[in-house]
Design a protein around this ligand. Sequence first.
Ligand code: GLN
Length: 537
Amino acid sequence: MSAKKTTEKKSAEASSAKSAASAKSKDPQEQIYQRIFSYMDLDMNGLVSVEEIHNTLAARGYTPDNQRVREFCEKLKGLKKDKIDLPTFKEIARNHIILLEKALSGGLVIPDFQKFTEQLETMFAEAAKNDGGQVADYIPQLAKVPPESFALSVCTVDGQRWSIGESGEFFSIQSTSKPFSYCIALEAHGRDKVHKHVGREPSGQRFNEIVLNRNGNPHNPMINAGAIVTSSLVRPELPPAERFDFFIGVIQKLCGETGEPVFNNAVYLSEKETADRNYALAYFMRENKSFPKNFELQETMDFYMQCCSVEMSSEMMATAAATLAFAGICPTTGERVFSSGAVKDCLSMMSSCGMYDYSGEFAFRVGMPAKSGVGGCVIIVVPNLLGMCIWSPPLDEYGNSVRGVQICQELVNTYNFHTYDSLIKTSSKKTDPRMRQTSSQAQNIWTMIWAASQGDLDEIRRLEALGVDINEGDYDGRTPLHLAVAEGQAAAVQHFVSRGAHVDVKDRWGETPMQEAKRQKRDDIIKTLSGGKKSGG
Ligand code: GLN
């Protein structure tokens, strides 16, 4: 075939594809697919390159390894094509359309994620010039970490992720384990019981100072003494091995599928070898009756030091911080790890006590809940927006990462992330990367119904975790189950039925999901529904 003929053939194919894409459908759902498709159809020829889809998603914080888009990207890869047309796009996007629509229509919590990460990159480069501080050496293994190690990672509550530097390297989490042990203790015993043993005030002293408050308790759960006490409240009834497995299991849930936390035995042994100060604290607290009854000192100390010896990467830590930002739900898996009440208490504690004896100054200047560890990690939480982790081992005189603190400061110079920035809207030069959120319950219900019609189980589970009632209907009384049945989404129907959705609920026209299924002659769905729950029962 001549070159000319080939070109002719190509353009004929393209124009027929184009007419397919541009024939605007009257169906509003169809229009959404068309809109998303044409957004990426840069040449307007009815074909979208797979590379363009990847670039579009990456710019919004979703690389193919991101759990929120992994399945979609795998389907895309499975096509083994460079370009796809609208019907193919529809086919593979079907169960993921809500996230795609949100991403492309500016509906994610940080709509211009690329701009945001470009600014982070500048802050990172600026901080990299700062070579102040000393790597902690009172735990010998920590002194071996290369001081130039540097990473920054961010994860939003929509699961948008981005990292720079050595973000896959594992480091010792040290005191950044403290907020997590505190949350676990709160979940198990409630606030009153936990705070019978530990206070809620900054100590104003170093993180390992031998000092207790007026009640003979440690000042707060974010310093060594307080964390030793909260550790004593974490599943003490379990044998030591299971107790640690339980802890690391919770950490795993916090960081979703971004990696697996590991235990560094060398750090643990090194820490144990040089733990005189922590033992002194524990004996002092035992003398002062700070601990709960029947606690076992040696086991508690071992467990505390094991928690400090867990290793994670900055990518994982940012996701764990984002779980706190999302009130206890991991943004990558949609799993609830902590109750929102426990997270609220933990963030309050991090705000006032997370940065040791620099906490007051940090709260004044930066105004975000944060926690640091002597391994050089700092986590920051912007509630309802994001979690961030900076890892750079050299520490300042307070024991906080020098570059970590610098980036926190730079963040609030640039963005209105300080808790009280909301008060100075007009005069401030700071920007807000957030989407203007009108995310009311009504909107969530509407999204749930739409997710049901598209069979988007990922979104359905996320909305459930946010507390959306699956039996709630729209203004026509159509529930998520009605829509899942109407669109023949068998897996979604199965899911709703297993979650106790009412199968006999009537919409405005008096129709139940079962009648709808019979009309559609979907025997498989009828069968699923017949095992379902009635509204009265
Ligand atoms: N494991 C360290 C200790 O107990 C934790 C201290 C820290 O990170 N500030 O001293």
